[in-house]
Write a protein that binds this ligand. Sequence first.
Ligand code: CP
Length: 312
Amino acid sequence: FAPRHLLSIADLTPAEFTTLVRNAASHKRDIKSGSISRNLQGSLSGKTVAMMFSKRSTRTRISTEGAVVQLGGHPMFLGKDDIQLGVNESLYDTAVKSPIWQTFDGAGDQRSVRQFHPLQIIADFLTIYENFPSHASAGLSSLGLNGLKIAWVGDANNVLFDMAIAAAKMGVDLAVATPKGYEIPPAMLQIIEQARSGAPSPGKLTQTNVPEEAVKDADILVTDTWVSMGQEKEKAERMRAFQGFQITSELAKRGGAKPNWKFMHCLPRHPEEVSDEVFYSNRSLVFPEAENRLWAAISALEAFVVNKGKIE
Ligand code: CP
């Protein structure tokens, strides 16, 4: 049995991504109201899910462990210091049958796993779906979000890559503002372009080095850390380069964001990326977004572990 992997939103058709988000929404509704669908209940009963992590994590770990428990399984958290991973045993030998893991986009055979963040982006689009429900009616391949605009202000990192792929597939426009020299790499632009070419009504991607330009007419302002794990040595240089890229109400006003704009951040957050007055305001969706990691993980476990890659 060759498992189907979920390494990126690029692995999903627009219809599959739509189904994962819709299933996450419906499991959230059911479980919060005290019921769980018959297909899900006990679907991992008697099963142990090995969760191999080679980096620190709060949300990914908690949501995945919680999701396994909701389905009746036993989550086994295996941090890099708990097992022989990469020290005394190869990743291949260690991980032959583990369905979920998270690693550095560092050296060697681990590189591809951490270039994207698909569970985060399922949760993010669930959050957008819940907060922008009045858009055009949706078919099987769309969440009805066409015409929305996201402004990403900050670093072009792995979260942005999967967000750009999902936005392209869902007909959501994405404007990205990074400092000069920190733009989306050309190889990633090709992957995003492929996502656009497979979408029924693709979202537009634009890039700029001016935050105000990205923010213009945006419905949602998003950022993330300026210094991802593994980039600690570049911290001082990055702090200098990203001056002027903090998301504030003043930036949103100057740039001309839509009047009801919202703010998202996958967390953990650092104050230089977004001001407190935005982060803790009623524009901020960051805490529902974090909660939605649980429902996204349940939806992904159902599709990729319980149903072995069949998304319906
Ligand atoms: N957003 C996110 O993935 O958080 P953690 O790194 O804490 O899991």
